[in-house]
Structures are given as structure tokens and as C-alpha cells.
Ligand binder design. Sequence first.
Ligand code: SAH
Length: 269
Amino acid sequence: MTAKQYLDSVLTELQIEAKKSLGQNFLVSDHVIDKIIQRAKGFNAKNLIEIGPGPGALTRFLKDFPVEFQVVELDRVLAEYWRNKGLQVLEVDALQADWSTLIPNTQTLLVSNLPYQISSSLVIERCLDPHRLMGMVLMFQKEVAQRIKAIPDQDGYGMLSVIAQTYWKVDFLLEASSHDFSPPPKVASRVLVFQRLESDLPDPRLFLKWVKAAFLHPRKLLASNMAAGQAKVSKAKVSEWLVSRGFSEKARPGELSVKDYIDFFRSFQ
Ligand code: SAH
């Protein structure tokens, strides 16, 4: 059965339609689904989590992995559907879920065609939480994927790039067009693969505050942003640090690499 036939059969059985409010754009491309599943297999994870199984484009394959599998689904009808099929279902908003129980060990993998409303917050939370996943295979709107993977001076380089790349090695897996979904979203999508990096940064939430402060006004000077933002560090101290690392004291936030931001933060702790 093709992905499209499968989707139609589940939607008919449940007598439901996609809900825009829940970011429901269901995958109907066998090729895209297969690539995601194969990449997920490559992790050899011991535990598996999927956010938003929906009617099950990915779920129908993920549930056959010989590992413990949990799904998080906010849609009541779909949560019930998977519960009746014997899956462990957490019927909550993935941003509010108790991730300490979802992630029982360090060999846990997250797979999701993410509802776009929660995608950047979900990535940030998965960076900061001390309960760490081994990896993630995630579908994003193209523009969000670009922000996550951007490097200095590229379009979209900012807070999300620095935070994501501090905690994860991020690789591009594939691009999906709007026709790969039903209903088709307005924009193209991308799947990124995240592999955990070891990080010993002392206080991830404070680091987030620093990076947010740094990019407060992307076109202004880093030193002014830092002085104005929540990090409360003086302009003079930031300028001094910049010069000590070979930057101009007039450096803008987009000039520092992820490594530079880690160094910058550490220097003031
Ligand atoms: N995995 C399916 C469905 C993707 S659509 C596929 O690829 O076809 C996104 C899914 O996330 C929907 O099932 C939607 O109900 C669910 N969802 C939306 N917001 C959510 C949230 N905050 N927490 C958990 N699931 C959510």
C-alpha cells in the first residue's frame, strides 16, 4: 500500500480531516518516508519517541523497530487510535511533556515530522534539557531548517543556529516539496539529522540568555546588544574580550562562530 492509500484509509476509518490548528500536514511521499525510516534505523537506538504520529505515515514503520516506542500526540482522536493499537501514547503537548520519563536512557532517538508551531521551541528545549537524546531526525519548514544549520554571515544565522549547533552535530538529510504532504503546506520542508555532541557548558539556560542577548538586534554591535540585554555585561568588557580574540570591537553578532560564542560565554563565567 502506498503512503497516500494508507493515509486515505486511516482518514476514512476515523472519519477525520487534517486540522490546521495542529499543524497537520501528513506525509504522502513513499520516498521521503523511506529515507527518514532508513536514517532512523542507522542510529541503532534502544528507545524511540515520535512526536505527532498523526495517521501514521512514519509510525506504521517505526512501531516495527525492535525497541521500546512511545508517541506524543495532542490530537485526541489520533491518540486514542494509537492507544487502541497497543502503542504507549502520551496525550499532551510535546512542549509540556515530562521528558525525563520519555528519555529513559542515553540511547533514545526522537523522530518527527514536527508540527511547525512547536518546531523551534522543541529544538531549543532538546538542547537545554539535561535529559539528553542520542539523536533526532526531524522535519522542519525549510526556513527553520536553514536557521538551525546556518553558519556566520549566512542568511538566518542567529540564536537558533548557535544553540542547536552547540549541542548537536546537524546534517541535512533531504528536501521535501509541498506535494510530499497532504494537505500541501505553503512552503518546502527539510529533514535534518541531529547527533549529540558532548557539552560541558555549565548553565545551558544562562547560555541561551547570553545568545539571545547577543542577537537582540542582529545589525547592531555585539557589545551594545550585550550591554542592553539580559546578560548584563558591560560594553567595555565585551569590547575588551572581542579585541583579545582578534575581532574588531565593532563586531556584529553574526560574525562570531558557534565556537566563539562558547568561548565568549565561558570567559565571563
Ligand atoms: N507524523 C505524521 C503527522 C505529522 S503532522 C505524518 O508525518 O504524516 C503533525 C502531528 O503532530 C499531528 O498528528 C498533530 O496532531 C501533532 N501535534 C500538533 N501539535 C502537537 C503538540 N504540541 N504536541 C504533540 N503533537 C502535536
